[in-house]
Design a protein around this ligand. Structure first.
Ligand SMILES: Cc1cc2nc3c(=O)[nH]c(=O)nc-3n(C[C@H](O)[C@H](O)[C@H](O)COP(=O)(O)OP(=O)(O)OC[C@H]3O[C@@H](n4cnc5c(N)ncnc54)[C@H](O)[C@@H]3O)c2cc1C
Length: 298
């Protein structure tokens, strides 16, 4: 076992990492861009962590991304140690996820921060998580006792809450290659870098001729977890693109009960609701018809 200090473990294999996690309940540390900030009491102070910590960044089994073929089709399996910087230059990563990562934090942070950290932090405003909901991603977990795979919408329970067991680590995120020919990402923040979302939309659709063959819309920071409303998507699926406009009000009505944001230092509930529904309307009512439309109008 490799330990850099009595309470800091830097395992060199997944088996070692799972053994440490199971035996000590050590807190997983990836890029540290959430964990270390959360444990800092004030600007200029060092983070205070009394519990053991297990650094997962040196575990080779958690690095790299690979394409796999499953019954559900082609899937990209991204290891829990892979950084955003690596994902941004990987052409196999769906455009929607790359678009969300390109506006997440800033380059310095993206060199160390991970998808798995964004998921386990379980913020309703987590930008990559919003894209993962739209892409029907699943989370692969492991403990010394075995592995399990959970859809992302079942893994995240609420702000800061997940089903991660005390002896488990996230080992990978599996992303089905289902993205269609309409990809729409829009983040509303106070500035372009290092700004958490006031709200966001991650959406994609497949338009064949005049028909919406598939559609998925996820909304971030408008409820305790990212919002996907399957009934609303059903109202659009198989519909003619030319007839979408007549369905928009019913679609927005289907979203309303689920768009229940809070007011906080970043925005008000009213603003978040109005802009989120406006972006759904923009995606379905305008972008599906005219994909050349600017996604981020000034
Ligand atoms: C200045 C700044 C700007 C930011 N901007 C954004 C932004 O625009 N959008 C956004 O969404 N986020 C933003 N963040 C938050 C953060 O960068 C992301 O959430 C990032 O993805 C966290 O990844 P990490 O690897 O650094 O996680 P860490 O901080 O290492 O871990 C986060 C949590 O996940 C757990 N964890 C990590 N890996 C695993 C694993 N493999 N298994 C089990 N648990 C694990 C940790 O124990 C911890 O609880 C910002 C942060 C900062 C400091």
């Amino acid at each position: 076992m490799s330990a850099a200090g009595p309470d800091f473990y830097s395992p060199k294999t997944l088996a070692e990492a799972l053994e440490v996690r199971g035996r000590t309940g050590a807190i997983p540390l990836a890029g540290g861009t959430d964990l270390l900030v959360r444990r800092r009491s004030w600007a200029g102070t060092l983070p205070e962590i009394d519990e053991p910590v297990v650094f997962i960044g040196a575990v080779p089994e958690l690095s790299g991304a690979e394409e796999t073929e499953t019954d559900a089709g082609r899937t990209l399996r991204v290891g829990a140690g892979v950084t955003y910087a690596d994902l941004l230059v990987d052409s196999r990563v769906p455009e929607l996820l790359r678009d969300s990562i390109a506006e997440l934090a800033a380059p310095g942070l993206r060199n160390v921060a991970t998808l798995a950290g964004n998921i386990c932090n379980a913020s309703p405003a987590a930008d990559a998580v919003c894209a993962l909901y739209a892409l029907d991603a699943s989370v692969e977990l492991a403990s010394a006792a075995g592995t399990r795979t959970v859809p992302i919408g079942e893994f995240i329970l609420g702000p800061g809450r997940t089903t991660l067991g005390i002896d488990e680590l996230v080992v990978a995120v599996s992303i089905p290659q289902i993205e269609g020919n309409r990809v729409f990402y829009h983040k509303v923040g106070t500035r372009r870098a290092n700004a958490l979302s006031k709200l966001s939309i991650c959406a994609h659709a497949t338009v064949v001729g005049d028909t919406v063959a598939a559609v998925a819309v996820a909304l971030g920071a408008v409820a305790p977890t990212v919002v996907r409303v399957r009934e609303a998507e059903e109202l659009v699926r198989s519909a003619p693109v030319s007839g979408i406009e007549s369905r928009i009000e019913s679609v927005l009505d289907a979203y309303r009960p689920f768009v229940t944001p809070i007011s906080d230092q970043r925005s008000t509930a009213e603003y978040r609701t109005e802009v989120a529904l406006g972006l759904v309307k923009r995606f379905l009512g305008e972008y599906l018809i005219a994909p050349g439309l600017a996604k981020n109008p000034a």
